[in-house]
Design a protein around this ligand. Structure first.
Ligand SMILES: *[C@@H]1O[C@H](CO)[C@@H](O)[C@H](O)[C@H]1NC(C)=O
Length: 355
């Protein structure tokens, strides 16, 4: 039996070792669904409801429908310009900079209907030969509950503040839980283990860009003003699950009551008022903004966040989010990671300017 001090020292040594290992790639994990920092779409082309109403197809003049550019905007919706309340005056997690609520004016823009799927990302990799940062670094962060005993037995480090995150050698988008896992039955799930840099490269290749945080949040709210979730204020209206989050006791027990223990297809659950799927839950989504927790209440137009920073903003929470740990599957919620970080619950979708 180690003396208490010994185990503390040992933990500190582990942390130091890990920090050294990761160099600049700071390890930060303050909650259950936040990632350790390193230091889509689907086949169903829905022509119904909001997705179609706001689609490029429904809004474009006949003449431009056949252009290549039209293909770029395939699987996107055109969101109307407008003004909305970004953030909230009733922050659930004040230290994340959720407040104050501020009026934000946005030009019309396109937003991907779905999170970028493995299938879409595979097309990009095939076309460009892109090697993700997780592949270059040789590891990525994986939620402990998903790792096989075999892989786990070879890991001797953990993130002190969030022991459920383990750096797994060989974990990357093709092998989300490590070398002994694959995505063959998950091609329609969100691509994971992509860094901000990887996500930006994908969007650029697709003729798109990452959404700003303001655009992302506007899209999340689906035209509703000041609600918690993309559909309203009740997490489960009439008992129905409308997003892929954690049910059970985090991090030990995941009942998968919503139908998914891990990620779900990017087409799962219902679309919000703008026809967008999985804006909260499933996978965190990168935005283009640098992270900052201090905002003025001044009204702004097309804000793009701070001009520089260390971390990038991610939004929406993930399948790992539980109210007890990480009540971040709300439109106003936010978190951050360094641009080279990747993890088993972090993906993205792209946006595009309308003009
Ligand atoms: C992928 O994983 C599944 C489930 O673990 C397994 O049955 C299958 O053989 C794997 N496929 C490849 C190509 O490794």
């Amino acid at each position: 039996m180690p003396a208490p001090c010994m185990s503390v020292c040992w933990s500190l040594q582990l942390v130091l070792f890990l920090l050294q290992l990761l160099g600049q790639r700071k390890v930060l994990a303050d909650c259950g669904c936040n990632d350790a920092n390193r230091g889509g779409h689907s086949e169903s082309t829905s022509h119904h409801g909001a997705a179609f109403k706001y689609s490029r197809e429904a809004n474009e003049p006949e003449s431009s429908k056949k252009t290549t550019q039209a293909q770029v905007y395939d699987q996107m919706v055109l969101l109307p310009s407008g003004v909305f309340s970004m953030g909230t005056n009733e922050p659930a997690i004040p230290q994340d900079g959720e407040s104050p609520a501020r009026r934000v004016n946005l030009d019309s823009f396109y937003m991907d209907i779905y999170e970028v799927s493995n299938k879409e990302f595979a097309k990009f990799v095939k076309a460009t030969g892109h090697v993700t940062e997780a592949e270059k670094f040789g590891d990525s962060f994986v939620f402990e509950g998903l790792i096989s005993e075999d892989v786990k037995s070879n890991i001797h480090q953990a993130v002190a503040a969030a022991p459920w995150w383990l750096p797994v050698k060989g974990a990357n988008w093709r092998h989300p839980e490590g070398p002994d896992s694959n995505i063959s039955d998950r091609m329609d799930h969100p691509v994971l283990h992509v860094s901000w840099n990887d996500a930006s490269a994908f969007c650029k290749w697709a003729g798109k860009r990452l959404p700003t945080e303001a655009e992302w949040e506007y899209a999340c709210r689906g035209g509703l003003e000041n609600r918690l979730f993309p559909w309203g204020n009740k997490l489960q209206p009439k008992g129905e699950h409308l997003a892929n989050v954690w049910q059970g006791e985090f991090p030990t027990q995941n009942t998968g009551e919503d139908g998914y223990v891990q990620t779900s297809p990017v087409t799962a659950f219902s679309a919000n008022g703008y026809g967008l799927y999985n804006m909260v839950g499933n996978a965190w989504e990168w935005t283009s903004d640098w992270w900052n927790t201090h905002h003025t209440a001044d009204e702004t137009t097309n804000p793009k966040g701070p001009s520089s920073g260390k971390d990038k903003v991610k939004k929406g929470g993930s399948y790992m989010c539980h109210k007890s740990y990480c009540y971040r599957y709300r439109c106003a919620a936010r978190s951050q990671n360094t641009p080279d970080s990747s993890a088993s619950n972090l993906g993205f979708r792209c946006a595009a300017s309308a003009v």
